[in-house]
Design a protein around this ligand. Structure first.
Ligand code: ADP
Ligand code: ZN
Ligand code: ZN
Length: 723
């Protein structure tokens, strides 16, 4: 017997040793099934014959060696162990979380090999007349006489039911086909004639082929970043290298995919949360075997096992959805950079509104900065106008002047976009007699009134309840919606513009499968239209018919305690505004506010994002905030608010006297109570990354043994973006 050391998906920060028969010893990176307490767990072999094993006679034996070949090749193991260390998260959980669910469950990879179909001997000698009455079966039978078909090719033309019937009659049989690397194309569709700035960018990136180099493309909305990506990708495909494109969760639209497919007649796969488990495994296999040329995916695509990765692109690199929020809270941008370093390939970050972190890296020469300051089509960037709500008559939250602009554009056959970052009908229901508001009983938040579904829904914990008949305080039945959400705005607009088509784009309206697709189709069809939506509207869409954007209300964001709030607001405004005027004449953006003199609004509007970002960065420097300091955050949650506070105080006491380390807290989190639990946080800052990470190591080594640790649900977030 040989000892192997296995990483298991358990919250303990250690590995576990097991015995395995000599002739079965798996390679490092293979999965094994092992006994763990009363359970059986799938783990990853991390070391064979470690030199400091426990007493061999106490070790248990591996139940089953699942893989012949490692599911985690050395490069990925390297990346993941770096990630586990950097984010101080248990390695076993990190490793397992990088695998598709079916592999996590210990399924056999061979069972999921793609299949192809051919005629059986009986099928080959079949008389054509036998299938005369079954037209579809006959057609499939004929097609298979020409050549075997892979499952995906076959299902493009025939239904599975038809296939199953021929399988049942034993006229057709399946056989596995191992995926093979995609073939380099002889030629590719020609791209657009590049602008000089685009050409510079493409040349710079192409020159970095085969080595690690970081690029930041700061390109205004519509500057042709995607065209730059496409032309960089083309060169790599000719040499059979794979490309990974990471996009924000809701930035991955059918349009994005269509644009790539129109350019490259090669296997392009998508990776996102709506895939089924077997679709995920399929994508994983296609990446591993080199069959996929391009994978466009959300943040976890970063952990796919590419056979030969030649380029990583992070589109909308500022987007917050690139950071995982709970558990293993990694930032896909930062880990992708690490991955590119390991792969010896270039990485391109692109955005119209780069994060201050990336701009800082560009300023300090770590990233090569590529600038696309103009729209590729030559169209002008939209013009901002502030609408002072204090001086305006309002109808349904819209100023008279805004309504006049809307009418004008609609009469010209243009589309108008109205942005309101609050879904639902109203942020709360309120009692007209005493002012009582409907609150979530589990969170320190109001519950949003959803008129269509007749519910009060808490947007923080998801709890929903029926609409009350009476005020919970005085018993009055005079309950009215307070404030406005997108659902109500849509209804009000219908009253104001009864003859205009309206499309709403938010998480509620797009929940149904295919709903987003059809909404986007509507928007792409010409003709006057009103488009209402939340920040879903801000993400990368190209809406050529929108000439006017009305930002209905962002005032809440002007007075936030989070030091990142100004950056996020500037990004949001710039991105939303960037949807206007992409088709022709210069677009207009009306920004409604009670605070037109607010310095942040003035800065963004007068100087634009690029200038705003530089001054914001300078301010971060003066106030010594990230990226000028490194930040880590402990969060604690418990039913008893004292437990949170005490636990964080214990942590704070430990680091109080460490040099070069500053503390903020413990303080209650901005949303003090969520889903019935109280929430507190403790922020740790240092100008020295090593000092900070050493402190975290010290804390983690101690806190696991505290009795109080079992009473709180805690999380350590390194480089948090949500404070
Ligand atoms: P971004 O990704 O920066 O928002 P896109 O790549 O989507 O920009 O380009 C915006 C629009 O400009 C698209 O309609 C695209 O076809 C067009 N475009 C991009 N590059 C060029 C170019 N070199 N010449 C003409 N049109 C271009
Ligand atoms: Zn709630
Ligand atoms: Zn009341």
């Amino acid at each position: 017997m040989i000892v192997i050391r296995v990483a298991l998906p358990v919250p303990l920060r250690q590995h576990f040793d097991y015995l395995v028969a000599k002739h079965l010893v798996p390679a490092v990176g293979c999965r094994v099934l092992v006994p763990f307490g009363s359970r059986q767990l799938v783990g990853i072999v991390w070391q064979v014959a470690p030199d400091n094993s426990f007493a061999i006679n106490k070790l248990k034996t591996v139940i089953n060696v699942i893989d012949q070949q490692p599911v985690l090749p050395p490069l990925l193991r390297n990346l993941l162990s770096f990630a586990a260390e950097y984010y101080h998260y248990p390695l076993g959980e990190v490793l397992i979380s990088a695998l598709p669910a079916l592999l996590r469950e210990g399924r056999n990879l061979a069972d999921y090999q793609p299949l192809a179909y051919r005629l059986t001997p009986a099928g080959k000698i079949l008389e054509s007349s036998v299938l005369r009455r079954a037209k579809q079966q006959h057609a499939l039978w004929q097609a298979l006489q020409q050549s075997d078909l892979t499952e995906s090719m076959l299902l493009q033309q025939f239904s599975r039911a038809i296939l199953n019937q021929l399988l049942k009659k034993e006229l057709v049989a399946a056989y596995p086909v191992p995926p093979v690397p995609f073939a380099a194309p002889d030629s590719l569709a020609k791209g657009l004639q590049l602008t000089p700035n685009q050409a510079l960018a493409v040349t710079a990136i192409n020159q970095a082929k085969g080595r690690f180099e970081r690029f930041l493309i700061e390109g205004v909305t519509g500057s042709g970043k995607t065209e730059v990506y496409l032309q960089c990708i083309a060169g790599l495909l000719m040499t059979q290298q794979q490309v990974l494109v990471i996009v924000p969760e809701i930035g991955l639209t059918p349009q994005t995919l269509a644009r790539f497919q129109a350019r490259f007649d090669l296997p392009i796969l998508c990776w996102h949360s709506a895939l089924t488990d077997s679709e995920r495994l399929h994508c994983w296999q296609q990446a591993a075997t080199g069959a996929a040329a391009i994978i466009i995916g959300t943040r976890s695509a970063l952990f796919l096992p590419f056979m030969k990765l030649g380029l990583i692109i992070i589109d909308e690199e500022h987007d917050q959805s690139l950071k995982q929020q709970d558990g293993f809270s990694y930032h896909a941008r930062d880990l992708a950079i690490k991955r590119a370093a390991l792969e010896h390939c270039p990485i391109v970050l692109g955005s119209a509104t780069p994060s201050l972190e990336s701009l800082y890296n560009a300023d300090s020469q770590r990233f090569i900065h590529l600038d696309l300051p103009d729209r590729a089509t030559g169209h002008k960037l939209p013009q901002f106008k502030l609408v002072d709500l204090k001086q305006q008559v309002l109808q349904f939250g819209l100023a008279d002047i805004s309504l006049a602009h809307i009418r004008k554009q609609l009469s010209l056959g243009q589309q108008v976009m109205l942005f309101l970052n609050r879904r639902g009908f109203a942020p709360a229901l309120s009692c007209q007699e005493c002012g009582w508001l409907t609150e979530c009983h589990r969170c320190s938040a109001f519950t949003t009134y959803h008129k269509q579904s007749r519910q009060l829904i808490c947007h923080h914990c998801g709890a929903s309840k029926a609409i009350p008949r009476q005020c919970g305080d005085c018993g009055s039945t005079q309950l009215i919606p307070l404030g406005q959400g997108t659902e109500q705005l849509e209804q009000n607009l219908q009253t104001l513009f009864p003859d205009t088509a309206i499309t709403r784009l938010d998480r509620d309206s797009t929940r149904r499968k295919g709903a987003l697709h059809s909404a986007l189709d509507d928007i792409h069809s010409p003709g006057a239209r009103l488009i209402v939506g939340t920040q879903m509207l801000a993400k990368g869409h190209h809406f050529p018919n929108v000439s006017l954007v009305v930002i209905v209300d962002v005032d809440g964001a002007l007075y936030s305690s989070d030091f990142r709030a100004p950056e996020q607001l500037a990004q949001l405004l710039t991105q939303v505004a960037g949807r206007a005027g992409r088709g022709g004449s210069q677009g207009t953006v009306l920004l409604q506010t009670q605070y037109p003199e607010h310095s942040l609004l003035q800065d963004i509007i007068q100087n634009g994002y690029a200038a705003f970002a530089r001054s914001a960065l300078l301010e971060r420097k003066h106030t010594q905030l990230p990226p000028y300091q490194y930040l880590a955050l402990f969060r604690a949650e418990a039913h008893d608010t004292n437990h949170c506070q005490q636990w964080l105080t214990q942590l704070a006491d430990l680091v109080h006297n460490m040099p070069q380390l500053q503390l903020l807290g413990p303080i209650p989190s901005p949303l003090e109570r969520r889903a019935g639990k109280y929430r507190w946080q403790l922020q740790l800052y240092s100008i020295n990354r090593t000092v900070l990470h050493n402190a975290l190591d010290t804390l983690l080594a101690q806190l696991l043994s505290w009795p109080l640790t079992r009473k709180v649900k805690w999380q350590l977030d390194v480089d948090p973006i949500d404070l």
